[in-house]
Design a binder for this molecule. Structure first.
Ligand code: ATR
Length: 274
């Protein structure tokens, strides 16, 4: 029987996940469907009841529900627990299991370009995306420094992972020129959309040999990425984290790998059309 899947968030209007999964389903000639579920925080409990009843077989979970959904689930895997965030739900006969594939996507996107074991990674920002990337880098064996506009949020994020035995340094993004690193990851909304000419990183920071990962992908190339390329840095496209977290979601739902290159084509089609 064809299954029902979808992305749940508030808002979800601009999500690229439906296009990405439609391409994956098409490649395997699957009848399953993938929809957008716009669910406000007040309606989360009722929606979860619906997930069990309809049933909805699998969910991609996005902002603002990644933390709040945990108390509605029957099981949460250890990585998702450590991050305090679930972005994937698998419905197995009415039992809801929560996973986090954001960190898997980030780790794969990074390791495709550079090996960060025992290397320094500088992460700008201290929100949800920064948490997943910090966790990915800890799992990859990196030394992580989190730079944020407000030091308190960086400290909070570092403390969340203190139990994992990793040493995480913190600082202010305004002081970035005092730092040297192998990989720079930018996770804030600066440089997104109409703001694409803004960047938190002074051009002097970039040098040949540095790898730069800006998770902003609208537009595909903003000022930060252009400055980095001009200075001879290698770059990781921001949409790769979305792509590879989706690849892992497909695997959790169906127990097999999707044709990831077809999912990538769908994302790029949407991004270049908008
Ligand atoms: P997400 O969960 O999507 O990663 P978030 O939780 O809203 O997003 O986090 C946004 C991050 O971007 C925060 O680290 C924020 O810094 P503060 O903690 O100081 O607010 C950072 N950020 C947003 N706008 C910024 C700006 N104009 N300059 C510097 N940092 C900014």
């Amino acid at each position: 029987m064809a299954g029902l899947y979808g992305v749940m968030g508030y808002p979800v209007k601009h999500s690229l996940s439906p296009a990405m999964f439609a391409a994956a389903f098409w490649e395997y000639d699957m009848d399953d469907s993938y929809e957008k579920f716009e669910v406000s925080p007040d309606n989360l409990g009722d929606f979860i009841k619906d997930v069990r009843d309809r049933p909805i077989n699998g969910l991609s979970v996005t902002i603002p529900h990644k933390e709040a959904i945990i108390r509605h689930l029957d099981y949460t895997d250890t990585h998702a627990k450590a991050m305090g965030a679930v972005n994937t739900v698998v419905n197995k006969g009415g039992k809801l299991r929560g996973y986090n594939t954001d960190w898997v996507g980030a780790k794969r996107a990074i390791e495709e370009v550079t090996d960060v074991k025992d290397k320094n990674v500088l992460i700008i920002g201290a929100g949800g995306a920064a948490a997943a990337i910090t966790y990915a880098c800890i799992q990859a064996g990196s030394m992580v420094t989190i730079l944020n506009r407000s030091l308190e949020k960086a400290v909070e994020l570092a403390e969340r992972f203190a139990g994992l035995g990793a040493k995480i340094d913190v600082g202010k993004v305004q002081d970035i020129l005092q730092y040297r690193t192998n990989l720079l990851v930018h996770t804030t909304s600066v440089g997104m959309g109409a703001d694409h000419k803004s960047s938190l990183v002074p051009v002097e920071f970039f040098r040949r040999g540095l790898v730069v990962f800006d998770i902003v992908y609208t537009p595909l190339e903003n000022k930060l990425v252009r400055d980095a390329k001009r200075a001879g840095c290698r770059t990781i496209p921001g949409y790769k984290m979305l792509l590879y977290q989706g690849e892992k979601q497909f695997d959790l739902w169906f127990g097999k790998k999707p044709r990831t290159e077809k999912m990538e084509e769908a994302i790029l089609r949407d991004l270049t059309a908008s």
